[in-house]
Design a protein around this ligand. Structure first.
Ligand code: OAD
Length: 257
């Protein structure tokens, strides 16, 4: 695939001191992790978020919820970072300040070598107690779960005996305040904001490119297709993030490793 990179974008990246990457499920898609809203393959196309992704769902049927999240955790443990995750690390080696803000609950940015990733929606590998919210350590190793998961009793909290829940932000819950403050701050200060592989439908994450644009940052979207961000973005690069981001790096700084 040939990627056309506008020369104004190359200049903006060469001149940039602070870049933010706001990433969504599309960044991990090429690692084999399903997105949420893509037709046929998206998780919310195949599974009902009301039964799986809220505190009420967990109160109603915690074994169903825990089993489904264990299946998702297994998929992430079996996956590897892709060219998009790796290219972001390479950007960080050239630009004075790079912040990665992800909506993803996997750790593929970290495994590619990214430090200080802001996880707006939590992490699959950081479960907490449903009652006292203390962290819970999971056994090492990769669980073997069937497609879609099976009913599984969640572990109990070693401090209060409560049930352990996935460490992700569910529908109806607020984001972690410190992560949100750090994300909004980075977006207010950046010169370029990349929105990569996200449908830009979920708030408040979807408001971050607007924050950056109001402060005159250049907004670049990388996605397989159109989203509501198209009208705001200064550059819309259409195609797989794992191809476009390395091509962009090469266009600005020469061939990547
Ligand atoms: P979505 O599933 O809503 O959107 C994924 C986007 O990635 C779509 O716009 C796709 O076109 C695009 N895409 C797919 N493969 C791609 C690729 N290889 N390269 C580039 N783009 C690609 O996922 P998110 O926007 O991340 O929240 O969803 C946001 C939140 O909604 C998630 O964090 C999750 C969900 O409910 C929680 O669980 C709290």
């Amino acid at each position: 695939m040939t990627v056309e990179i506008p020369s104004q974008l190359i200049t903006a990246l060469r001149d940039a001191n602070r870049i933010v990457f706001l990433t969504g499920a599309g960044v991990s898609a090429e690692s084999g992790i399903p997105t949420f809203r893509d037709a046929l393959t998206g998780l919310w196309e195949r599974y009902d978020p009301e039964q799986l992704a809220s505190a009420d769902a967990f109160r109603r049927d915690r074994e169903l919820v825990w089993g489904w999240y264990e299946w998702r955790r297994m998929r992430v443990l079996k996956a590897q970072p892709n060219g998009a995750h790796r290219a972001i690390v390479e950007f960080a080696s050239k630009v004075p300040s790079v912040s990665v803000i992800t909506q993803n609950v996997d750790d593929l940015h970290e495994r590619a070598g990214c430090e200080n990733v802001i996880h707006l929606h939590g992490r699959l590998d950081r479960p907490i107690c449903f009652a006292c919210r203390r962290p819970h350590e999971l056994p090492t190793g990769i669980p073997e779960e069937p497609e879609g998961g099976r009913r599984l009793a969640p572990p109990r909290c070693e401090y209060c005996g409560g049930y352990v829940r996935p460490g992700v932000v569910w529908f109806g819950e607020s984001l972690c305040e410190s992560e949100w403050t750090a994300a909004a701050d980075a977006c207010r200060k950046c010169d370029v904001l990349f929105s990569v592989g996200t449908s830009s439908l979920v708030q408040p994450a979807a408001s971050l490119p607007v924050t950056a644009a109001r402060r005159r940052a250049t907004v670049v979207q990388i996605n397989l297709g159109p989203t509501s961000l198209d009208v705001l973005a200064h550059f819309n690069l259409v195609g797989p993030a794992g191809v476009i981001l390395p091509a962009l790096y090469d266009a600005v700084w020469g061939a990547s490793k």
